[in-house]
Design a protein around this ligand. Structure first.
Ligand SMILES: *Cc1c(COP(=O)(O)O)cnc(C)c1O
Length: 379
């Protein structure tokens, strides 16, 4: 059975091309790839290995579970980090799968060191990364706590983290002075740590942080969103290209013979003569995030607006303009509406239009009942 569902096409080759463009820009810093949350919903098992083949050797996951399933698909020399740290009792699993937890509090540091001593493992056998806070106030040691650790040289060397990182809170806001404040705070303490431990890698920049300038790159950059097509330099033309296309099949078409309300709440007043297309795909497929208020799609290349509320499994578009002028639809003909297009209806366009966070638009597709097609050929 070939069920009539939407088709989500993910251009894996374009993700790899985006990674290479970012890596060229960030050179000589190391460019990693953030593939947490199943590569922002697009498929870490497909995207991770393709990036590895492109030369990426540092990967960031959020949880132990997601990393364990993808780790075997990456080469042995890949460095895999757990941004969410390691759960109590998960330490041995993390080490067995060669996953490096990012420790983000003093208590996590204490627990890791205690576990390592009890397990008789050295810092090399069970490596950890360390995160400190410079203004995000989410995960990370407070600056004072890091200073405390650095003041005790023996303790610092016992921990010997492989990576010291922090995270920018407003990197998408190019001229916000908080960026420079965070950068200076980061390098002040990062520099001290590097004096104690010269091989330590320092990392600050996410996608937007990379395009704030070289002075944000440190040793390793951590792009996520830009890999998947979001413009990381909002002030200029995008250095990356779109990777996602979402096409929904029309499952019913009707021409209104008189005016009628459309959808739940009867909020939309349809007019006589209007041609309405019902597509498979609704809010259970993340479409309310994709379309937002005043959403539209492309039918035969023509802009067609959503009418009425998006339902759980379906949405209605006014396709009158697309089917006008002698291009009427014949029964049995396959008709589709594109709601994400890598060139025209890009994630940046959708984000600007519906005021949802772009990351939400993307990750909301994850639950969708879509047939996925992975394109590996270069375009
Ligand atoms: C998610 C995440 C990133 C990637 O951020 P983007 O804005 O998607 O590039 C980088 N670093 C940390 C700590 C993150 O949590």
């Amino acid at each position: 059975m070939n069920e009539n569902t939407g088709i989500l096409t993910i251009n894996v080759a374009a993700v790899a091309a985006n990674w290479r463009a970012i890596a060229a820009h960030a050179h000589p810093s190391i460019t990693s790839a953030v593939i947490k949350a199943d590569a922002y919903g697009l498929g870490a098992a497909q995207i991770g290995p393709e990036l590895y083949r492109s030369g990426c050797r540092h990967f960031f996951f959020a949880t132990l579970t997601e990393a364990v399933s993808v780790r075997p698909l990456l080469g042995d020399d890949a460095h895999c980090y757990l941004l969410g740290g390691v759960p109590v009792g998960g330490e041995a699993d993390a080490v067995r799968h060669r996953l490096v937890p990012v420790l983000s509090s003093l208590s996590a540091v204490e627990r890791w060191l205690r576990w390592r001593v009890e397990s008789g493992l050295s810092a090399t056998a069970a490596p950890a990364a360390l995160k400190f806070d410079t203004g995000m106030t989410r995960l990370g040691l407070a600056a004072g706590e890091l200073e405390q650790l650095l003041a005790d040289e023996a303790r610092w060397l016992a921990l010997s983290p492989v990576l010291l990182m922090s995270h920018l809170a407003v990197a998408d806001d190019t001229y916000n002075p908080q960026n420079k404040r965070q950068r200076d705070a980061f390098f002040a303490l990062g520099g001290r740590a590097k004096q104690l431990q010269p091989g330590l890698l320092l990392s600050l920049a996410n996608s937007c942080g990379i395009y704030l300038g070289r002075d944000y790159h440190a040793d390793l950059v951590r792009p996520g969103a830009a890999l998947y097509g979001f413009n990381p330099s909002p002030e200029s033309a995008s250095p990356v290209s779109g990777v996602v296309r979402l096409t929904l099949p029309v499952i019913a078409l009707r021409t209104l013979t008189e005016s009628a309300s459309v959808g739940y709440g009867a909020e939309y007043g349809g007019r006589k003569g209007q041609v309405l297309a019902v597509v498979a795909g609704g809010y259970a497929d993340g479409l309310h995030r994709v379309l937002g208020p005043d959403g539209y799609g492309l039918c035969r290349g023509v802009k067609v607006p959503v009418v009425g509320r998006v339902s759980m499994d379906s949405a209605v578009f006014d396709v009158t303009a697309a089917l006008a002028g002698g291009s009427a639809w014949v029964d049995g003909e396959r008709l589709t509406i594109e709601v994400i297009n890598p060139d025209v209806l890009t994630l940046d366009v959708l984000t600007a239009r519906n005021q949802a966070l772009g990351y939400e638009v993307l990750t909301s597709l994850r639950a969708g009942r879509y047939r996925r097609i992975y394109q590996a050929e270069a375009v």
